[in-house]
Write a protein of this length. Structure first.
Length: 327
């Protein structure tokens, strides 16, 4: 007779697993991958491949030879980290820098804390911020893709170097200019502007976000509170002085707010447990993003905002505890 050791109650049966959730996230990232390749060509594909393969390799090596634990690369989490890291990089970044970013993301951001489920900070953002500080020139040299109509007409999506809308706007404000050459709402929504691989197309991000919502991998609380706070704060500043601050629609569509709100801030390991805690987390991310964008040294603040709020998650969890089971 086989004896079963049963843990204490409560017992909840669910079809969810870490592997299923991670592969759902990978599927949700496909629209952004296709959009990046469409606008930036095979350079985008090479950056993504190198990032993913490097993350898988580094995780396997660390688990096998340093932690001496069973390898977990089949759960798809290393692929998620690799794709999200790549989506925070320019398409023309030298591949050796991509490999360094993957090593930092996996080795420092994830495995140094014990692996998946134990890291307090989003690993991909740890890698991205490290690269931004260490290689600022390469990380802020942005290719500008051709228009989508030219690509569909058969033109090769060659890229020219240009500033992102956020960087161009910030530089114009510093120089005292009053006319701002921002992309149209349609271009910003579809992805015809400079930026990281995964942040240029709001449409692709929304498609992936809807998939995650339907699969119940994420909830609406963090994305809505993050984007809503950034929109409201940006609108207030724009109404006060439209010559100094960007209009709220471009605030949302330019830069990494959409990508960060849907895919980075919603990481269940590094975000609060309760719904109200998630709302507070999202509001904090939105406020910090706008503050850093407008008064900080960098034109973008999403990565720093999310990492700072990741550090606040234990405190948020103390203040906003989820309901006890069956209460």
């Amino acid at each position: 007779m086989k004896l079963l050791n049963v843990s204490g109650s409560p017992h909840v049966h669910s079809g969810e697993s870490v592997k299923r959730i991670m592969w759902d996230v990978n599927i949700a990232l496909i629209p952004m991958l296709l959009t990046a390749i469409l606008f930036f060509g095979f350079d985008a594909l090479f950056v993504c491949l190198v990032s993913v393969v490097s993350c898988i390799l580094f995780q396997w090596l660390i688990e096998k030879f340093l932690l001496k634990t069973p390898t977990s690369i089949s759960d798809g989490s290393a692929i998620v980290t690799g794709l999200l890291l790549a989506f925070n990089l320019p398409s023309n970044l030298p591949l050796w820098i991509v490999i360094i970013g993957a090593l930092v993301a996996i080795g420092i951001g994830k495995m140094s804390f014990g692996g998946l489920g134990k890291n307090p900070f989003n690993p991909a953002l740890v890698g991205r911020v490290f690269l931004l500080i260490s290689f600022p020139v390469q990380m802020t040299t942005w290719p500008t893709p051709k228009g989508i109509c030219n690509i569909f007409a058969g033109s090769t999506p060659d890229a020219v170097i240009g500033a992102t809308p956020l960087a161009a706007f910030k530089e114009a404000v510093k120089s005292g200019a009053t006319n701002f050459d921002l992309p149209s709402f349609a271009d910003a929504f579809l992805g015809h502007m400079g930026g990281s691989l995964g942040e240029i197309s709001a449409l692709a991000i929304i498609i992936g976000g809807i998939y995650l919502l339907c699969r119940r991998v994420i909830s609406w609380h963090i994305p809505v509170s993050f984007i809503g706070t950034a929109f409201v704060f940006g609108a207030i500043l724009w109404l006060v002085n439209p010559q100094m601050y960007m209009d709220p629609v471009h605030v949302i569509l330019s830069g990494g707010i959409m990508l960060g709100a849907v895919f980075m801030a919603t990481d269940m390991v590094t975000s609060p447990m309760s719904k109200w805690g998630q709302v507070v987390f999202g509001i904090g991310c939105g406020l910090l993003t706008i503050i850093i964008r407008n008064w900080g040294s960098y034109p973008e603040g999403v990565s720093f905002a999310i990492l700072l709020m990741n550090a606040c998650v234990p405190l948020i969890n103390k203040g906003f505890k989820p309901k006890r089971f069956a209460k």
